[in-house]
Design a protein. Structure first.
Length: 319
């Protein structure tokens, strides 16, 4: 399949099996995701606590800032931590995330080396509380949590930040995955719209297949020059099962599950999205529709996560 024809937005969409935004919303999000369960995924704090209650590993929560007066206690709250992440509980697209990696001269050091005073970190948290980064601009809370130390397999293909693995899970069956790699342009964040790289993943063996940066096919990381093809994702079976199990966790049928690989702790579930984006199709050079339709034909979804992963691999081979 030619890459240019794959990107054409008009008459070839259905032929190529591409899922468009309107069809995603009408046929999958609205149909399979009851709105009453959205708060379980739109609130990262609630998602984290829910995952912990059933034994799903997540980054450790250090503190929650819910009101302005708590910012005055920030020096004491952060005294024990040199590395941490600050994020809005209701943020999206990576907006408002502050990553701290170490201290220097009494200040906190960002991934790019910029130093922030404790007061500046407090100012950022104040912006989070005001709703600057939240969905709909509503008042928010700030989470301070463990900074993931990513698996060394990604050392040469990630710029500063932490790569993550996004998997689309439909009716409890993983249907498509991609590895998202931070770049200099994305400021170390694994968000494609900010300039990260999307790399398709073979669901059968966990090997990366091809990469896309914006709308350009690439084979090497633009910052390091190292190949991004043929990387073996460690613990792939566990990642697939962990992703599949998130369906029951939030009672939503069509979700995107984001998982990070920590060098010490292994797979950690980062968040769940009820409206996952569609660029995963570009990263895989495959449309989602044939796989979604194959899952829709399954009358009874197995309760066993192992059996679901087997089905996921069968569908991947066929579509």
């Amino acid at each position: 399949m030619a890459w240019n024809s794959f990107l054409q937005p008009s008459r070839n969409l259905r032929k190529l099996g591409l899922l468009g935004m309107n069809q995603r919303n009408g046929d999958y999000v609205l149909r399979y995701n009851p709105r009453k369960f959205y708060p379980l995924v739109d609130d990262k704090l609630r998602t984290k606590k829910l995952a912990q209650s059933v034994g799903i590993a997540v980054p450790e929560l250090y503190a929650v800032i819910e009101a302005e007066y708590q910012i005055a206690k920030l020096p004491a709250l952060l005294e024990a931590y040199d590395d941490f992440v600050v994020k809005p509980a209701h943020g999206s697209g990576g907006e408002g995330i502050l990553i701290i990696k170490g201290r220097r001269n009494g200040c906190f050091r960002k991934l790019n080396g910029t130093l922030l005073s404790c007061a500046e970190v407090g100012y950022h948290i104040s912006n989070i509380l005001s709703g600057m980064y939240s969905l709909g601009g509503q008042p928010d809370v700030a989470l301070i949590e463990y900074r993931v130390d990513f698996d060394p397999v990604f050392d040469q293909v990630s710029y500063q930040g932490v790569p993550d693995i996004r998997t689309i899970v439909f009716r409890g069956i993983p249907v498509m995955s991609m590895l998202r790699l931070p770049t200099r342009q994305s400021d170390g964040k694994a968000n494609l719209h900010q300039g990260a790289i999307g790399v398709g993943i073979d669901l059968v063996n966990g090997l990366t297949t091809c990469g896309v940066w914006h709308e350009d096919l690439i084979e090497a990381h633009p910052d390091s020059g190292y190949s991004i093809n043929g990387l073996a994702i460690p613990g792939w079976e566990n990642i697939m099962q962990l992703s599949a199990g998130c369906r029951e966790l939030v009672s939503l049928g069509y979700i995107g599950v984001d998982i990070v690989l920590d060098s010490r702790l292994g797979p950690l579930m980062l968040e769940i999205n009820a409206r996952p984006g569609l660029s995963i199709q570009l990263a895989n050079k495959k449309g989602l529709l044939p796989r979604l339709q194959a899952v829709e034909k399954i009358k009874t979804i197995p309760a066993s996560l192992v059996e679901r992963v087997v089905l996921a691999k069968q569908i991947y081979r066929q579509c």
